[in-house]
Each structure stands twice: as C-alpha cells, then as structure tokens.
Design a protein around this ligand. Structure first.
Ligand SMILES: [Zn+2]
Length: 538
C-alpha cells in the first residue's frame, strides 16, 4: 500500500516535470515567433555556395537564392497583426492645400507600453516647429551651409499647431516647449497596457531648401509628423531639434498613411501603396510600411519617374523636368548601391526603394525606403564627376545604418554617419576597384586622403559641434577613417562579417556603440579595448 502510494507520488512528480518542460518550451517558441526574425547566417551562406549541375556556382543561382531569401524576409513582415504585438502603430491622414501650402492632418497612435516601467507621461517630437520662427537659430543649417545671412535667403517660416489632442477619446493636458510635446497621463500606463492617442494638427509648410519645406517645384516632408520620443534604459529622450547633423532618434513602428493631393501632383513616399481613391479633384493614396522608424513624403507637379528592379526590389528615381534625362544614371547608382550593400551587409528588407530629387542646400537626406537627393550641376567645374553617385551611395547606405539598424543620432552620431560614409567607400571599392579608392577620394575632396581620426570621436555628440563643417570633418571623414583602421587591424573579411552580424542582430532595433564593440570582439575573437580606447571616453 505504502509502496503503491510512493509510486503514485513519483509518477505525479514526473508528470509535473514533463508539463513544466513543455510549458517552458512552448513559451520560448512563442517568444521566438513574436521576436524579429534573425535570419540564419549559416543557411544563407550555404545557399550562396550551392553549386549548379556543372559543379559551379552561377550568377543565376546566386540571384535566385538572393530573391528567395529576400522573399522569406518579406513574408514575415507581411504579418502586420503579429507585428502589433511588438510595435506601435501610427495611422495618419494628411491633406495638402496648395493655395496656402498647408497640410491638414490627423494622427492616431495605438500606443502599447512595451517598457517594463509604469509611465505617467508620453512625449512627442514636433520637429516642424523648428521652422516656425524666422530666426538664425531655426534656419542655422541653411545659413551655415550657404554661408549667407538669413535675409539673403529665400525663406518663409512655417507654422505647426495642434488643434486637438485626445487620449482614449478624452481631451487631456499637454504642454509644448520648442519641438517637444509633453502629455500628462491622468492615469499612469502600466506595462503592456494600450492607449489610443489622437492628434489633430495643421502645418503651414515653410519655404525652405531643407528636409522639410517647399522649394522650387518640390514639397519635401521629412520629419513632418509628430513622432513618439524613445524611452530606453536612460528614460525618455527629450532632445529638441538641433540645427547640426541629423538630430533624430526613433523606434521602428507600423505606419498606415493616407495622403490626399490634388490629382496633378506626383507622389513619392515611404511604404507600399495599398489603395487609391479619387474624390473630386483630389487623389487619396493609402500607404502602409512596417517596420519603419519614420515615414517621409515628397511630391511635385513636375516629377517624372524612372524605375527598375534589383533582387525583386522596385527601385524608383523621381526627377524634375529636364533632369530626368540629364540624371537618368541616378537609377543605376541606386540599383548598384542596393545590390552592393545587400551583398556586403545583408538583404534590403523592403519591397520598394525610392530616391527623389529636391533642391535642399545639402547633398541628401535619408528616410526609410525614401531618400531626398539634391543633384549637382556638372557645369560647375569644381564638382567631381563622382559627386551624384557619391551622394546616392551615401544616402542608400543609410538604409542599413539608420533605417534598419537605428541608433541615437544625437548622442552617438558616429554609429550613423561614419558607417554610412565607410559604406560609401565600400560601394566604390566594390564597384570600381581598391586602387580607385584614393583616386575617387582625391577627386571628390580635391585633396589626397590623409585624415587623422579625431580623439574620442566615438563619444562625441552632435551638441559638441558648432557647425556642419567641423561636424562633417570629424564624424563623417574622421569617423569613417576609424572604421578603415579597424578593417586594417582585423582584415577585410572579418570586418564584413562584423557588419553582417551587427546588421542581423540590430535589425529594426536601436543599436549602441557598446553593442557594436561587443560584436567586434566576438567575431574577431580579440580583446579590442586597447584599439578603441583612444576614440572612446570609457
Ligand atoms: Zn549621412
């Protein structure tokens, strides 16, 4: 009797252990399904090495494998509903009124508190407000880059105003300081709790040759819509707009954006077009995009469009009037850049990539799936023949280092611009030759490549710089030179392996410098503290 009871107890314990193992296993599987997929590097390498029946890897095999791989990545991201378990979702409507150069907008954010902390406030960046004032501070980028005074420039300030702000349908207290909106939640939001934020606002678009503004025939809407500040281990990132570098930091999200334009305008946008409808003289386009860390829009009555395809990705180049013929090679530059970077760092994960011309006072600006490009006039003898190719390669490199792998661009700009600049040289080295590198550099910059890496460059923030010239010299040039030094130290193949691992590990996440150094040490199996210490504060 006693023996039988002991046997029963042992059997019961055994069954309980089995159930626990099953529950833990099921939980891990579920977590993996909900987490961003990390494609299996070994699998992809094997598939690239697959041989044809003649025993040789053919170009066609590689192309087929790469299309297959990029389809697999895209299949996962088609599941918008699953992504809602890990990402916030913005739904935005925007209507453009050309007579007043005004936008009427409504944003709804289904906000889930994915943090471990209870939050009593939420913060949104309202970057267009940087251009509301006619002041040297607001338009410093342009005065810096052109060397002109404000009154010599063709500028009209804009205006952004919130007309209604609701949380779960109820009007709530908020305050705006510079470009930051602080929302006081009446009841703090617990982890995993969901809130519906509604912001109605209008914008008078500034006349301004910049990322955000209209100039000549193009309306550029970069950083135009309210965007949630990042909350991480350091708390909320509340940095205001700064007129140096790219003062942005955001989380990957889901976007659905409805854009209404008079029907004679041609539209370039982040995302994939899912619906078009016509009401009176307006066309309304609905785009969706996910995961993306921002959503940019450009439009013009004068745009013509060139298109091509690369690894099953649609590539578009939007150009104005006679520039369509003059700069038709822009499409090939974009296509080559997508091809080269996909091969070197990992597949471009979206269906579309667009470069669109505007008339900003600097070379270009990156947004997810869409880059603004200012074309140089080659009649100006000081312009290098590589200049447009260089800008397109640089902005396209940001699809890897900014759009997919994000980072805090205010406090760690090295991770953003130095990586894009280093990748731009990789584009030229891989497209032309290693020997051409010096030649291209000296043609581009009209001097031989002799750059010192600035001390502590990895710890510099954009606040450490007075103007774009100093920032460019240190972060772009000096910063990328440090990556070449690392390449010399570890070897090219190890360097590429590091960047591939970094891309995979931080895909759609935000990376930081410590994370990058950890990957360098893991992949190279070396202690690199001595190598990095002169360029890093601690
Ligand atoms: Zn850049």
């Amino acid at each position: 009797m006693m023996k039988s009871r002991i046997f029963k107890i042992i059997t019961l314990i055994f069954i309980l252990i089995l159930i626990s193992i099953f529950v833990i296993f099921a939980y891990r599987q579920l977590r993996n399904i909900l987490k961003f997929p990390v494609s299996d590097k070994t699998t992809s390498e094997t598939s690239i090495e697959t041989t044809s029946s003649e025993g040789e890897t053919t170009e066609t095999d590689r192309e087929a494998d790469s299309i297959e791989e990029s389809r697999e990545i895209k299949e996962f991201f088609k599941d918008r509903e699953s992504l809602k378990n890990i990402l916030n979702e913005y739904t935005v409507q925007v209507k453009f009124f050309p007579e007043d150069m005004q936008l009427e907008c409504k944003l709804q954010l289904e906000y889930t508190n994915f943090e471990d902390d209870k939050l009593d406030k939420l913060y949104f960046h309202l970057y267009p407000r940087a251009y509301d004032e006619y002041s040297d501070d607001s338009f410093k980028i342009i005065t810096d880059l052109t060397g002109k005074d404000l009154n010599e420039l063709d500028i009209v300030p804009g205006k952004m105003e919130i007309t209604k702000l609701l949380v779960d349908g109820i009007e709530i207290n908020y305050k705006i300081e510079q470009t930051l909106c602080e929302i006081d939640l009446e009841k703090p939001i617990n982890p995993d709790e969901i809130l519906e934020i509604t912001i109605e606002f209008y914008q008078n678009i500034p006349k301004n040759a910049d990322r955000y503004g209209y100039y000549k025939d193009v309306v550029s809407l970069g950083n135009w819509s309210p965007i949630l500040a990042v909350y991480d281990d350091d708390g909320w990132h509340k940095d205001p707009f700064l007129p140096i570098g790219d003062p942005f930091y955001s989380d990957s999200s889901i976007y659905e954006v409805e854009i209404s334009l008079p029907e004679n305008y041609v539209l370039a946008s982040t995302g994939e077009l899912i619906n078009t409808k016509k009401i009176d003289d307006y066309l309304t386009y609905t785009y969706e995009a996910y995961p993306v860390r921002d959503f940019a829009i450009m439009f013009s009555k004068e745009y013509g469009v060139l298109e091509d395809n690369c690894h099953d990705i649609n590539i578009y180049s939007f150009l104005i009037g006679e520039d369509l013929e003059k700069n038709k090679n822009s499409l090939n530059f974009a296509k080559d850049a997508i091809d080269i970077f996909s091969e070197l760092f990992g597949k471009y994960p979206y269906q579309n990539y667009t470069i669109a011309q505007n008339f900003m006072n600097f070379g270009g600006m990156e947004y997810p799936q869409l880059c603004q490009i200012k074309y140089a006039d080659y009649n100006d003898k000081k312009i290098s023949c590589y200049r447009n190719e260089y800008v397109i390669a640089h902005e396209t490199a940001h699809q890897w280092w900014y759009s997919v792998v994000g980072n805090d661009e205010i406090n760690q700009p090295w991770l953003d611009e130095a990586f894009a600049e280093y990748s731009t040289y990789q584009y030229f080295i891989n497209k032309y030759s290693e020997e051409e590198r010096e030649n291209i550099f000296s043609t581009m910059h009209r001097k031989p490549r002799s750059i010192e890496v600035p001390p502590k460059v990895m710890s510099k923030t954009i606040r450490d710089y007075e103007d774009f010239g100093e920032y460019g010299a240190e972060i772009y040039k000096g910063g990328s030179e440090l990556l070449f030094k690392l390449e010399d130290h570890l070897g090219k193949e190890v360097m590429y392996e590091i960047l591939r691992r970094y891309y995979e590990e931080y895909k759609f996440e935000n990376a930081d410098i410590t994370g990058f150094i950890d990957i360098c040490e893991e992949v190279s199996e070396k202690d690199l503290s001595e190598f990095f210490s002169p360029y890093f504060d601690n």
